[in-house]
Design a protein around this ligand. Structure first.
Ligand code: MP6
Length: 323
């Protein structure tokens, strides 16, 4: 057995006697499936072990029949293309292989054994300033990378921020991402989403709306979703880490939307002043007046906080509540 062959690659000799590397498609049989890690509306994520390398992965399984019945093929393709575009960042869950069988599609991805940030936050109730700065910085660094690759997440929320075994951030769930045309790829961008009215008015009519508590006002009012919509969600997440609840929450989705477009929220007593100023400059109704990634990195709340490579080498702080 050739020890040198990398996983999933086989050496063959071709007609001219040259040794060639043939990549071998993985299949379900290459993995031992374990427990269910999470369930989405169109997918189930399992713990799985690669039987040759014994490495553990998360495998997202999508049932073809269900996707076709629910007309979600577009979202499946968006997620796969997006994951294939976002490959070199420690803060983005990585896609290693995809394969299928007659019933399902399989994505083999990074295992994020720390689970969802939301779950961790619920255990401590709130995060102190040090933890909020660390996790806020990692989420912001990942947003900056996504935007640099022309990807807008559009549904950032603590459930989609996962944690790896070092308790570092891994952003996930790109089924609802929007891809700006790749400047390097001249093929025409896909036609704009059909608006609910089916019209394709001047602005890109997004038929998609994120999760109520984190959706930006412009996505609700004029259906536009540019990079600023991820920074609105970022402001909501910073608020929630320190306050233990999202800034806009009401008894129904409609009432939550009303609070958002009317900017109806307030800070609990004792909310740290620098964080309050940062959140206030992210939760701005006019997307063009919202802080950009660069502004946020230079904001007083992140004074002294490294970003980039150094940030991802830092040890995650012990989780402490903000009291
Ligand atoms: C958000 C997602 N939940 C999850 N998605 C992923 C997990 C994951 C892990 C745990 C977990 C690990 N230990 N304990 C809990 C809990 C929930 C998870 C993972 O490890 N690797 C990749 C994932 C997703 C990749 C996706 C972009 C394709 C939903 C709820 C939609 C299934």
């Amino acid at each position: 057995k050739d020890r040198g062959a990398a996983v999933g690659v086989r050496r063959e000799v071709d007609a001219d006697g040259r040794t060639v590397l043939k990549s071998v498609k993985k299949s379900v049989r290459d993995f031992n499936f374990g427990r269910i890690l999470g369930e989405g509306s169109y997918s189930t994520v399992y713990l799985a072990t690669d039987r040759q390398t014994l490495r553990e992965y998360a495998v997202k399984v999508l049932e073809k029949r269900h996707i076709i019945k629910e007309k979600k093929i577009k979202y499946v393709n968006i997620e796969k293309n997006t994951l294939n575009r976002l490959t070199e960042h420690p803060g983005i869950v990585r896609l290693y292989y995809t394969f299928q069988d007659e019933t399902s599609l399989y994505y083999v991805l990074d295992l994020c054994s720390g689970g969802e940030l939301l779950g961790v936050l619920k255990k401590t109730g709130t995060f102190d300033v040090e933890c909020t700065r660390f996790y806020g910085a990692q989420i912001l660094d990942a947003i900056e990378y996504m935007h640099s690759r022309g990807v807008i997440h559009r549904d950032l929320k603590p459930e989609n921020v996962l944690l790896d075994d070092q308790m570092h951030v891994k952003i996930t769930d790109f089924g609802t991402a929007k891809q700006l045309p790749d400047p390097r790829d001249p093929t025409p961008a896909p036609p704009p989403d059909e608006g609910p009215s089916g019209s394709q008015d001047g602005k890109r009519a997004a038929s998609f709306v994120g999760t109520a508590e984190y959706v930006s006002p412009e996505l609700l009012t004029d259906k536009s979703a540019g990079k600023p919509c991820d920074l609105w969600a970022f402001g909501c997440i910073i608020y929630q880490l320190l306050a233990g609840r999202p800034p806009f929450k009401a008894a129904s989705e409609y009432l939550t939307f009303q609070k958002i477009v009317n900017l109806e929220y307030e800070f609990p007593a004792g909310f740290p002043p620098a964080a309050k100023d940062l959140v206030e400059r992210c939760l701005v109704l006019d997307p063009s007046r919202r802080l950009t990634v660069e502004h946020i990195k230079n904001h007083e709340f992140f004074d002294g906080q490294p970003f980039g490579r150094e940030l991802w080498r830092m040890k995650a702080p012990r989780l402490r509540p903000y009291v």
